[in-house]
Design a protein around this ligand. Sequence first.
Ligand SMILES: *Cc1c(COP(=O)(O)O)cnc(C)c1O
Length: 424
Amino acid sequence: MNEMYRDFGIRDQILTLAAEMEKELSERFAKIDENAEYCQMKVLQAMQKHRVSEGCMEASTGYGYNDLGRETLEAVYASVFHAEDALVRAQITCGTHALALALSANLRPGDEILSPVGKPYDTLESVIGITPAKGSLKEFGVTYSQVDLLPDGSFDYEGIRKAINSKTKLIEIQRSKGYATRPTLSVARIGELIRFIKGIKPDVICMVDNCYGEFVEKLEPTDVGADLCVGSLIKNPGGGLAPIGGYIVGKAEYVEQCAYRLTSPGLGKEVGASLGMNRNFFQGLFFAPTVTAGALKGAIFAAKLYERLGFSVVPNGTEERYDIIQAVTLGTKEGLIAFCKGIQAAAPVDSFVTPEPWEMPGYSSEVIMAAGAFYQGSSIELSADGPLIAPYNVYFQGGLTWYHAKLGILMSLEEMAKAGCISL
Ligand SMILES: *Cc1c(COP(=O)(O)O)cnc(C)c1O
């Protein structure tokens, strides 16, 4: 085995350290496998219950009326999430679109959104109108209020109680920390928050941004009271095989509103040709639990190794995980560039290119990104990025298999060693 890694240029000290860390993680990894096994059965149960058949793999075109595959897929998603209904479409272009759709479909002028967990994901700032943007909800008379988490990461229950008013129509709860520094929320904590909020205002819509969280735990937010749960198919639930798409699951009346907004009032779920995507969506969902497990192992392995080498990592090597994102504070520009170079060099696609920092639209500093993915921007595939500003954090996620994630991390260490950013 070590011969293979040496062929990739990885030095022996890194291999020795990695073997030691992997040994320490065996119990942790066994728990992740057990969770994947449970989620695999959850998915299989749903597929069998809804009689997924060969005919479901067919493509519809044009209007896409009576698309057996699309309708069955949505029933399967609803079952996996223990929800009443689902909208799972290639016409939902990404996670941001799915979230924007769920919000705009269920809010009307005069309504207010409340985020009780601090600032939402960057792209939602334009959707909501926190930063002025054309077509934002704010332009349509929807207001926004926010309650931050307390300094220790707990919910500000008093603040939330005060913020809920007669206009409050929808609560937006983001499960993953995204690129913020707050902790990711466990499904149990989301459940507590929803119970508290429903105790104050029972008819408010509790919507969860579930990006990067799917299949990390046995339960999903819809199991603990979420009315809507939203995510991207080029993250966990697409299993690396969905080339595009988003999903919305939850209460039938709210999902129906989303369908009318996505297509048209009167048409709703009845149209939307699947154009040959059904097979990818089914097979991706089938693989999603094991793919997510691989990504999770990679994140923990990276945390352990970099922590051991003296870097600060969030979450740390021993914390429970509720999403697949790993942040490492690399401390120097050279370190950040070397890390990304290593991830890129381990990729199945575009391994021969060198990532370079660039002025990306919408960012205040240069950003470097490493991604050698089968699908553009797919972040369930091994990828890393970070802004070129102190303290030089890299955000690292994905890996379609644990073995690939491991190679990526070892290559990142090798590049760091070559650049003199770590001493072994
Ligand atoms: C990725 C992500 C989004 C947005 O998804 P895109 O597919 O990139 O538009 C929203 N929220 C969170 C927490 C995410 O991780």
